[in-house]
Ligand binder design. Sequence first.
Ligand SMILES: [Zn+2]
Length: 314
Amino acid sequence: MKKLLILLTIMVMTILTGCGNQENAETASSETAAEQPAPEPAGPPTGMINGHFVADKDYSNLPTDPTIAVYDAYTLEERLAAGLPTQAPEVPHYFPPEGEKIAYLTFDDGPEGVITPKILDILKENGIKATFYVTGQSCEAHPEVLKRIFEEGHAIGHHSYNHQYKELYPDENNFLAQLVQTEAIIKNIIGVRPIMLRAPGGADNDFNKRYRPFLLSKGYIEHDWNSANNDAVRQNVPASELISTIKRTTGDFNPSAIILMHCCGGHMATADTLQQCIDIIKGKGYTFGVMSPMTPQPREERPAPPAPETPQAK
Ligand SMILES: [Zn+2]
């Protein structure tokens, strides 16, 4: 009987100790879990989505295809609030293979309700993607056209909120404020923000030396142009002049033609002559791309090929 009692006592103690251990183990494992950092929130989807590209939060995933439009899932204000990097991505610039040429059709000052859709129709018929540098005011007035530009795979770039030089050019902070205002409008319509930028009037004419590095540090990449149809040099430029200017300014010399045109009111002649201009540009051997972080600056030269390796001394 005494032996049985001792045996029972041992069994009960073993069970109790075991439970105790299990309890400790559970406590220990929940303590370990508490010490581990919480998993990062998933964030918005990135990569190729419906024919355009959304950059990662550190811009580490950008495409190398010059026909793909690149956007950012975050506005500058969202990046700052989340502690994400804001510096614009630096990637190797795209130059077509020796003997080939690429043209970037760019349309400024839209979207607009009649001329921009006509331009979009022509681009669609030709299977060409282009770039639209839009103002915030125009996006507010024609959100459905902005949406169409985006959905048809074109690139969208910034072009300020109101295009008023006297507000944009005394101070780079004024310029930035218009970009911040505009990208909130754009993101509200298409769900992403542009990172490409064209300065109203052109950076060559209007930026002082502070603007470009300041805007790059906030995530905006500016491009002027090196070709044009000169549709904005004065009112009602005749069609024949637009065509001859395209012939002249695209030249046969330029492997990367960034072509300035306008798609807002008063530029119906640009839409009317677009098919002819496309035929001329194609006839010169160009293919078509969209403005992206890979696009060289207008006067950037193709880098020299690497020097041949010198034979090793024996
Ligand atoms: Zn403009």
